[in-house]
Design a protein around this ligand. Sequence first.
Ligand SMILES: [Mg+2]
Length: 380
Amino acid sequence: MATFVEADVMRGFVVVECLPEVEAKLVAMRAEYEELLHGDGWSLQRLFSTPDFDIAAFCADFRPNRFAAVALAETESFCRRYGIWLESTGTHYNSMTPYLHPNTISPERMTTIGIYNAILFWLNDTVGREKFANLTTVDQQRATRTLRRLSALLETRSAAADPDPVELASAEFLTLLADSADAAWLDEFLESTRAHLNTAIRDQNARARGGVLGVTEYIDLRGDVSGMYPAIALCEFGRDEYLRWDRIRAAGLGEPLARLRRLTADIGALMNDLFSFEKECIRDGADFNLVSVWLLNTPGARLADAVEAAAGIVRDRLLEFVMLRDRIGALCDALPERDVAVMVGTQVEDMSGCVRATWVWQLTTLRYKGASIFVENRMT
Ligand SMILES: [Mg+2]
């Protein structure tokens, strides 16, 4: 059985640098960061906008879900019951759910989605990719075992005989979800969650991988790591309305809608890389982040170049998203199959919600706030 690094190489991922050189560049990056901290900093709003597109205006009328208060309280009490509530960060990540899923139709569904996100955030903040390298060997083995068992739980839909708290919580979540979700949707959703967990709960840093990913390879892998695909799928569960891809494809909208979904996932994942750069790459010492990966791939580049370039990658996707969203809207207007047009229009609206939530929630939450090179991350 190949290690995951070997497996990645076989999948065509690029290993571009020898490790001592990588380590030296990361040391230089962190030294430059300390200098930049004393400067004026960047406005993320400016970085993500153009003369014709203002991220803040694009998100101006965004509102989180109306069942937020009850769902957040229910989610917190669920997590406390299973001992998987983090006192220091729980409130700050829990708040994401009503932003990412604004169109959810009931408090029960909002709570189920909240529990899913809270389980994933608990894993992320205890054994996720930024934390993994800092764990003891015993804790790393325990985390890998938990990952294996959660993956099996999602596949078999039955918990092991001796479940630990996060498995028990996940088993109850699974029951809640299965009781009120479409069966075919559920199969795909659980598979997508497994793909997420398998990439998210491990050390993805260059040292563990044995080298640096190319920027394109990083972006592809980051999509799975981010959990954005199951998050987007949860929009269907939130409305209890499920996409019929066979009909969407037959109407000629399969390709543009799939591209819009890819853009939504990329924007969620990569915009977060800017907001959480300091949390991950400075405070946790990780380097699996668009800013550092771009820097490590670009000879002679400085952190300042990497920040501008990474933001440019996000901005390009935002502009493509808006353009493609309008094009799909026009195609839907002309579509004879009105039910397909409505189905696609609803999905486009949900993905617009996810993209706008990506900006608005990260401005709102205290999760990324502190001393920062980004104006929006500073405590005001
Ligand atoms: Mg992040």
